[in-house]
Design a binder for this molecule. Structure first.
Ligand code: COA
Length: 422
């Protein structure tokens, strides 16, 4: 057996893959299973790639830095769904499609508008995606690539409308408004006042592009797992939104701002971080399953986007409370790097993104929906890709460690007298 394993490993030519499989086998030998499925390959995909050691993220082979600097939402949407960047005509066409299909029926709009304002926006979003199914009775047939692509674009197009309806309680939100670009509409859904300012639309677009895809993360895995049962795009994307809502995934951006507010001043950072580490609590916005160096998306936010907002030299005018949060964040980064860089743990994308969104006047409870508005491009691309492969339904294995050999015991009156655990 051991010889077979050694032969298998030595047959792998790529040293990175070889190291990867060696680690996997070691985990299996040590623990008997793969906690959190860490490192377990579950699908083949050509959509995005991460080199966690070098801190490189690519979409369809292009570095995310170049895409964020030069491409529009429409470009990335086309790239992820189709595999190549669009030609000018194709860009116009996808923009037209996205803006044309933003409309939601008044009936569904009324249901979304009537949802309790205290419902968390992520739960509202996942419920609303399911509601859209009623207008797509053919969605259960998932076997046609072109129809799947169209469904993806129509669903993406409706995301800002859902958010706008919920925020404004207007079931016809955005209906009679015209937009030059889809990202302008996206920002309009969160803050109509900023949507006419190119600087903010560009920044918002970059944020969406940075979140567009990220290999087999928890929510993308959910898309694939649900989709592997041939469930519709609505069921799959709604599940992904639920997964993203968790604080260990996309929900971290909201918690980071709340954490910075709780810390209150740069002077309190050291004590806060040390207390968290001592009590083995996670510091929000720090660490990543894959990156063992600085997350490239996080670097773009820190070095390119945040200075546009907070650098006085740029003539930036920022509310004092927000500037203070920024200073606290910078100090948290310093202290965390000092205490944790031995573990190769760095600030992730959620650490910095909340500050940008807050500067745009977006309420923290909506932060993760911005993440979703970017990631919907990746989720739908993975769903479309998954429908193309003849894969088996996802069905992993569990190690059973429960009771065996238990039986119902009845008393003379036929009442059950079993006690839990006996
Ligand atoms: N704060 C403090 N310690 C952390 C940490 C954090 N945010 N993230 C990881 N660590 C520690 C772990 O406790 C572990 O310590 P140990 O070796 O002493 O047990 C070590 O660093 C390695 O952790 P790792 O295996 O890299 O983490 P993971 O893959 O299990 O979890 C996350 C990854 C993202 C879930 C985790 O880093 C986390 O919870 N971060 C905070 C939430 C967050 O920002 N999520 C958004 C991710 S984009």
């Amino acid at each position: 057996m051991l010889t077979k394993i050694k032969d298998f490993l030595s047959d792998i030519k790529d040293p990175v893959q070889q190291e990867h499989y060696t680690r996997l086998i070691a985990t299996l030998l040590e623990k008997g299973y793969f906690p959190g499925l860490a490192g377990v390959p579950v699908a083949r995909s050509g959509i995005s790639h991460i080199d966690g050691k070098k801190g490189i993220l690519t979409y369809r082979g292009y570095p995310v830095q170049e895409l964020a600097e030069h491409c529009s939402y429409e470009d990335i949407c086309f790239l992820l769904l189709n595999g190549d960047l669009p030609l000018p005509d194709e860009r116009d066409e996808i923009r037209e499609d996205l803006l044309k299909h933003k409309r939601i029926s008044n009936k569904i709009g009324q249901v979304i508008a009537a949802m309790d304002k205290d419902l968390h926006p992520m739960y509202m979003l996942s419920a609303s995606v399911l509601l859209l199914q009623s207008k797509d009775q053919a969605c259960f047939n998932v076997d046609y690539y072109n129809q799947n692509l169209q469904r993806a674009i129509r669903l993406i197009a409706k995301f800002p409308t859902i958010l706008g309806i919920f925020k404004t309680k207007d079931p016809d939100f955005g209906r009679d408004k015209n937009f030059v670009a889809y990202s302008q509409y996206c920002l309009y859904a969160f803050n109509p006042e900023l949507a006419d300012e190119k600087k903010w639309v560009d920044i918002f677009q970059q944020i969406l592009v940075l979140h567009a895809d990220h290999t087999m993360n928890n929510s993308t895995f959910s898309v694939r797992a649900v989709g592997s049962s041939k469930a519709s795009i609505y069921a799959s994307i709604s599940s992904a939104i639920n997964s993203l809502s968790g604080p260990l995934h996309g929900g971290a951006n909201e918690r980071v701002i709340r954490m910075l507010e709780e810390i209150g001043s740069p002077e309190r950072v050291e004590e806060f971080v040390d207390n968290k580490l001592e009590s083995k609590e996670k510091i929000m916005g720090i660490g990543h399953r894959v990156y063992r160096t600085y997350d490239p998306r996080s670097l773009i936010l820190k070095e390119k986007i945040l200075p546009q907002i907070f650098n006085n030299g740029n003539g930036a005018v920022v509310d004092e409370d927000l500037r203070k949060l920024y200073e606290i964040a910078c100090r948290v980064e310093e202290v965390v790097l000092d205490r944790l860089s031995g573990k190769r743990i760095y600030p992730n994308v959620d650490f910095w993104s909340g500050l940008v969104l807050k500067a745009m006047g977006i309420d923290p409870s909506f932060f993760t929906t911005v993440f979703a508005l970017g990631r919907i491009m990746g989720w739908t691309s993975h769903w479309v890709e998954h429908m193309e492969v003849k894969s088996r339904i996802f069905r992993p294995y569990q190690l059973y460690d429960g009771f065996n050999d238990r039986h119902i015991i009845l008393d003379p009156d036929d009442e059950i007298i079993n006690k839990l655990g006996k």
